[in-house]
Design a protein around this ligand. Structure first.
Ligand code: ADP
Ligand code: ASP
Ligand code: MG
Length: 477
């Protein structure tokens, strides 16, 4: 294994942390603080908040427009103004003139693409990736220039030159060897010269040099890939909450900050819907045992959440509750015989063929129920499954997942969970062999109520070694 470079810190700032000039100025101060401590930051930024959604909407509008490109160009025009205004508040003089020109060139190229989609009436995932890449390309350009304006030696690095991926547009897989090589040749020399590299998250390039993306929320993954490849001392995920909380604070405002959590627990939470981290983030960090910190860019003093290999023991059964909506349950009933040998394999082969990940499975003598979050592949999957089974599916389901070390060893824990939500109709249950996750499916409209009830039940007397109970006490005063 490579030697750790403990003085390198990868700092990823999400959309809200770069949403406007004020947020970007705050971000620069946070990075400056790390530099003052003698650390070498690599800065990874998301698109300014809501820009990714707007770019996707512009592509959809161009596609739906049947030759009418104005709605798509309107979205782009509004984004152009927002980026230029932000740049003008952060940069001045000749640097601003150059930045203004670069922003205009990006938007001119984007408009050209949108006109093309409207004219041809076709939108491929590949073109969609190219369109959406403008968000991170623009934010990183502006932020690199803003660093320079503040007197920091910084360099804009085109993430597509670094994050090499396969050609799976929309959700590309990284080529870690190529990424490491690119970092060592293009980014490490900058760090050694005291320069702050600033690059966009989320985007990469295929072996053919085409723009790809790592999937929604993928900037976290970019940071972890860089941290892993450089064997950094830490990966910091700067966001708009104080860290990983006991549940989504938008559902439970009094949710507590989890001070420390294991890689496995954080991975389960991310996979099962805690938007605070991209599901794949943890892997490159786990492989090299690099601590990941989740921190609040609006409250930089807060110590956040530390994700490590060996967190201290916790006397509370659960660390956090995640919820994932927009799921579909598929019930597959063997049509000809009882669950015959090979039936499960044939069923899973169908999902595999369509590249559709299954979240949860439960089986009975003659049937299998699975849950998936992909709607696109559903008709084709069901058509194929119908050849070997009777198939029914129900959408608008949600998965609730409670995560905690060693819950399998706690007697009566399932009874406590289900007693807390006895008024909610439960459709499927699973307690994984991982021993750290208990999940069940409910109707989407019951999610908020179920999460609140579970939170009330399990976080009344939380372990102060693990949870920030002081903040809770202060809030109650
Ligand atoms: P960013 O733009 O910084 O990547 P995201 O919106 O992707 O931020 O993720 C942060 C959001 O994740 C928070 O605002 C919060 O509403 C949501 N969230 C969901 N579950 C949790 C959780 N368990 N702890 C903290 N935040 C959570
Ligand atoms: N901007 C991208 C998104 O909104 C990636 C990210 O922010 O992580 O999905
Ligand atoms: Mg995110």
């Amino acid at each position: 294994m490579s030697t750790p470079r403990n003085n390198i810190v990868v700092m990823k700032f999400g959309g809200t942390s770069v949403e406007d000039a004020t947020a970007i100025a705050r971000t620069i101060m946070i990075v400056a603080g790390r530099k003052q401590k003698g650390l070498h930051p690599v800065v990874v930024v998301s698109a300014m908040s809501k820009v990714t959604d707007a770019l996707l909407a512009s592509a959809a509008a161009a596609h739906a427009g049947r030759g009418d490109r104005e709605p798509a160009l309107d979205i782009s025009a509004r984004l152009r103004v927002r980026h230029i205004e932000t740049a003008a508040r952060l940069v001045s003089g000749a640097a601003l003139t150059a930045l203004h020109r670069a922003i205009d060139e990006h938007f001119d190229a984007l408009d050209e693409l949108l006109r093309g989609i409207a004219a041809v009436g076709e939108l491929t995932v590949r073109t969609s990736d190219l369109i959406v890449s403008y968000g991170e390309r623009l934010s990183s350009l502006i932020i690199a220039a803003a660093f320079a304006e503040q007197g920091f030696e910084s360099a804009h690095v085109d993430a597509r030159q670094i994050i090499r991926t396969d050609g799976h547009y929309g959700k590309a897989a990284p080529n870690e060897t190529a990424i490491e090589q690119a970092l060592l040749s293009k980014v490490l020399p900058l760090l050694e010269a005291g320069i702050i590299p600033v690059m966009g998250g989320f985007i990469g390039s295929s072996p053919e040099g085409e723009t790809t993306t790592l999937g929604r929320g993928g900037s976290d993954y970019t940071a972890a890939l860089i941290g892993g490849a450089l064997h950094a001392g830490a990966i910091e995920i700067w966001t708009d909450v104080n860290g990983i909380m006991t549940t989504d604070p938008r559902i439970v405002p009094e949710a507590l900050r989890v001070k420390t959590i294991s890689f496995e627990e954080a991975a389960e939470l991310a996979y099962f819907g805690a938007k605070v981290l991209h599901p794949a983030t943890i892997l490159p960090a786990v492989q090299k045992n690099i601590p990941v910190l989740v921190l609040n860019s609006r409250n930089a003093e807060n110590e956040g959440t530390r994700i490590t290999a060996t967190p201290p023991p916790c006397s509370s059964p659960f660390k956090s509750i995640a919820a994932k909506k927009k799921l579909t349950i598929i019930d597959i009933v063997a049509s000809r015989m009882l669950l015959a040998h090979g039936f499960l394999k044939s069923v899973f082969d169908v999902f595999d063929k369509h590249g559709c990940a299954i979240d949860m499975v439960s089986t009975s003598e003659v049937s299998i129920s699975v849950t998936v979050d992909s709607k696109e592949a559903l008709p084709a999957i069901c058509a194929e499954l119908s050849q070997i089974a009777d198939v029914k599916y129900e959408s608008n389901k949600a998965l609730i997942c409670l995560v905690g070390e060693d819950i399998r060893g706690i007697c009566g824990i399932a009874a406590q969970v289900f007693a807390a939500i006895s008024h909610v109709n439960i459709r499927m249950i699973s307690q994984g062999a991982s021993e750290i996750n208990m999940s069940f499916m409910i109707n989407e409209e019951d999610v908020e109520e179920a999460v609140r009830s579970l939170h009330r039940k399990f976080f009344v007397a939380p372990d102060p070694a693990i949870f920030d109970v002081q903040a809770q006490a202060a809030a109650l005063q």
